[in-house]
Design a protein around this ligand. Structure first.
Ligand code: ARG
Length: 610
């Protein structure tokens, strides 16, 4: 991979070594120790190399070192110019030379345009040989996916693509929490009032159908608790604990764990509906998994491990029979691991799931993309696995992300509390479709329904990823769809604009853009764009290292804006001379490749026209 900073790092290291030699100082400086910065003011040059870190070694002040390096370099023939400026050595690159090297690489055969995600440029290889498992989405089966899942899904999918782009062997996995009292609640309501209805008979997506029964359970449960509160003058929590429907749901869970045939049948049926519905949503948003795990397959393994831990004296039995662990030394309090009625809880299965996964696919790292409200849960989980003696426990990482809400009153949800994922995408799509119709763009875009859906996903995904994961955020549907802000559709529009330009060039046949002289690209706007292109590999590595797609989102915005400036300042097809037209066209083609590749990494659909 060509890094335009590299030749200068090598030169400066060489110069430093010469200065040291002349002064009789032992030791060598490797090029990797030379740090390149972008000067705050372009007047100063394209790159600035700070000399602070060599002061001790060279026994000189940084400004004197910069001066000495400049003098040593003066003896070499180099392309580009340099000057010592205070503690920095500032360098102005030879634009044509750098442009030629960067464009050659960005335009090399194969890659983004045919197969997004398989682009050699921008592939730092920093994670080559690492096996990384990324868990995300991981729904419960009692209700459909909501807005929080959409953030989770796009984070997980995007991070997986970014890690893979850096050379990691990535396995995307999902745990379906198909066991527990939550699904028993939907089952109970359906058992009592379902009258044999099915998602088909009600024309509902399976997950919505199951979710409706969960809502029904909650209505009944709340009514019961309210009545008890009044009748027996109980506190709310006491009344809720005594509600008969809750006892019935817990009874169903016990029956399920005991393998009662009718209960297991009902459970299978309802889970299949729920998961089937979710798969439709994942397909629709471009999210996919290499492997599904089911809590129902792993919770027994977890239970066994807890019992082993009990034998080893790591855990203890409470007076009521529940099994617990004392984590007060870790400041994590006491934590129950198996309920007093013997049923397992959420953490029990997670112990089993982690062990199962490591056997299944021994990973170097396992990343859990899960909301910040579960920070305590994961701290406990990682501590327990460590206590149980799994040395890989130290390679587990909770990628915790913040809440996402809609601005108050923007959209009602089916359940009244959370925003349904499908409904939200539908409404974004309808808004995009309206816009296409209002602008009379139906002819131009091709299949408007398909394009509207892609715009909706671009808007949604970019908005969700643009904020760094840990922050809470508001999702503003209208703002997300705007064509001229820092939005997904703006980036898509830039891609469509460049595609149109290339089509036009091709049909005119006058300028090719395949044979070109990069030396001609020496204007300021062209140079800015070339430097931005060259920064792409670093943006990809930084996003991988920080597990933060917002860094790539920011890069994309920067690239689009820089292109926009270039497009405004530099006529392309009507350039002053045909050689220049060809070179500018080649530059545009390189931008399109990088744009398309980066869009893929942040899960924004690319559009040829919009
Ligand atoms: N199903 C859980 C929920 O909806 C999230 C699961 C997260 N992953 C895990 N391994 N615990 O809250």
């Amino acid at each position: 991979m060509y890094d335009y900073k590299n030749p200068w790092k090598v030169r400066i290291a060489r110069a430093l070594n010469r200065v040291m030699q002349d002064a009789g100082i032992e030791g060598t400086v490797e090029p990797s120790r030379i740090v390149a910065e972008i000067p705050p003011n372009p007047e100063l040059g394209d790159l600035g190399f700070p000399m602070f870190s060599f002061a001790k070694l060279l026994r000189k002040g940084p400004p004197q070192i910069a001066q000495a390096v400049a003098e040593a370099l003066a003896a070499e023939t180099v392309s580009g110019t340099f000057a010592a400026q205070g503690p920095y050595l500032n360098v102005r690159l030879n634009r044509g030379e750098a442009a030629a090297a960067i464009l050659a690489e960005a335009l090399a055969e194969g890659g983004a345009i045919d197969k997004p995600g398989e682009f050699a440029f921008g592939r730092p290889g920093s994670l080559a040989g690492q096996r990384i498992m990324v868990e995300f989405s991981s729904p419960n089966t009692n209700k459909p996916l909501h807005l929080g899942h959409l953030r989770n899904d796009v984070l997980g999918e995007s991070i997986s693509r970014i890690l893979a782009a850096c050379g990691a062997d990535v396995r995307k996995v999902c745990i379906i929490n198909d066991r527990g009292v939550h699904i028993c609640k939907s089952m109970l309501a359906y058992q009592e009032y379902g009258e044999g209805k099915t998602p088909e008979s009600e024309s509902l997506k399976g997950d919505h159908f199951v979710g409706d029964w969960y809502v029904r359970f909650n209505t009944i449960f709340t009514e019961e608790a309210k009545a008890l509160e009044k009748e027996k003058c109980l506190k709310k929590e006491e009344a809720e604990a005594q509600a008969p429907s809750l006892a019935k749901a817990q009874d169903l869970l016990r029956k399920w764990e005991a393998g009662d045939a009718a209960t297991v049948d009902l459970w299978k049926k309802m889970n299949a509906w729920a998961v089937g519905g979710m798969k439709e949503t994942w397909d629709r948003t471009g999210v996919s998994f290499d492997q599904f795990y089911y809590e129902s397959q792993t919770y027994l393994l977890g239970k066994d491990e807890v019992l082993k831990g009990l034998e080893k004296g790591l855990f203890y039995k409470k007076p009521d029979g529940a099994i617990a662990v004392d984590l007060s030394a870790e400041k994590l309090d006491e934590k129950v691991l198996i309920r007093r009625d013997g049923t397992s809880i959420y953490i029990t299965q997670d112990i089993g799931t982690a062990i199962f996964r490591h056997k299944d696919w021994p990973f170097d790292r396992l990343v859990y993309v899960v909301g910040s409200e579960q920070q305590y849960h994961f701290k406990v989980l990682f501590t327990l696995l460590d206590k149980l003696g799994f040395e890989w426990a130290k390679n587990l990482y909770h990628l915790s992300y913040g809440m996402v809400n809609l601005p108050e009153g923007k959209m009602k949800s089916r359940e009244g509390t959370v925003v349904d994922a499908d409904d939200l995408i539908d409404s974004l799509r309808d808004m995009a479709l309206n816009e296409i119709r209002e602008k009379d763009r139906e002819e131009a875009v091709g299949d408007s329904a398909v394009v509207a859906e892609k715009i909706a996903l671009g808007a949604l995904h970019y908005y969700l990823l643009q904020v760094s994961p840990t922050k809470d955020m508001l999702f503003d549907p209208k703002e997300s769809l705007s064509f001229n802000g820092n939005t997904g559709p703006y980036l898509q529009y830039m891609g469509a604009r460049i595609s149109a330009l290339l089509r036009k060039a091709e049909s005119s046949g006058e300028v090719s853009g395949t044979v070109f002289n990069a030396e001609l690209l020496s204007g300021d706007a062209e140079w800015e764009l070339i430097k931005t292109l060259a920064a792409y590999p670093e943006a990809v590595s930084a996003a991988a290292a920080g597990m933060d797609p917002s860094l790539l989102a920011a890069y994309l915005y920067e690239l689009s804006r820089t292109f926009s400036r270039f497009y405004h300042d530099c006529p392309i097809l009507n350039a002053e001379e045909s050689g220049l037209a060809s070179a500018r066209l080649a530059l545009s083609r390189a931008v399109l490749r990088v744009l398309q590749d980066a869009l893929h990494l942040v899960c924004i659909p690319f559009l040829e026209a919009m």
